[in-house]
Design a protein around this ligand. Sequence first.
Ligand code: CTP
Ligand code: MG
Length: 231
Amino acid sequence: AAVGLIIPAAGMGERLGVGVPKALYTVGGQTLLGHALRSSVDSGVVSSVVIAAPVGLAGRVLDILQPPLPRTVNVQVVDGGRSRQESVRAALAVLPENLDVVLVHDAARCLTPAKMFVDIAHAVWSGHDAVVPGLPVVDTLKQVNGAGEVTGTPDRSVLRAVQTPQGFRRAVLERAHNAGAQNGSDATDDAGLVERMGSPVHVVPGDEEAFKVTRPLDLLLAEAVLARRRA
Ligand code: CTP
Ligand code: MG
């Protein structure tokens, strides 16, 4: 089954605070989006990509990539939306018909190893309709109320911090996004929309290098990871 990839890259990166949309910020000689595209293409499992670009920058996104992508992969760019969910939905709408497995991968998880794309695609091919990579949680998490009081401590052993790429049977992802748009929900990941339909989501081991570049400290980590790869 042919695999399509959606890259939500339309966010402003407010928490990073670098003055340009996060996906177009350069680290280690390449934009975050460029790194993300590179590892997904290197995986060899993706035949078609749709990027949700920051509003107004869709026309320039592909020119910014250094080095340019191989022509073997079909790459389209659409304008993203106001939320991540809207951006994914916009990209889904133009995904070529022949693709029946879809991976959704945040540009912000730019150093995700190529193997992760392979693992997720395989898990979908092997029969799981929705697959997410997840890692054990290292912090103790507290539930708090508006007054800043702790109302509970969930059992950490049953929690996972989930990453991208998340993989789906295309029909399942489309149904989930249509339902999400109808009932106005705003999930922070795509699997969350699948869960709300009552459909199963399977977890496979994540990878520490699939961390999300969110805050300034994450850029230091990204630079260190890239330096280690070059060594
Ligand atoms: N994203 C998107 N469209 C949006 C918002 C986010 O495509 N309207 C994408 C981001 O570009 C990113 C991914 O979703 O690749 C995860 O979002 P996040 O890490 O929150 O990125 P930003 O929204 O850019 O960051 P911030 O929330 O700090 O502004
Ligand atoms: Mg955001």
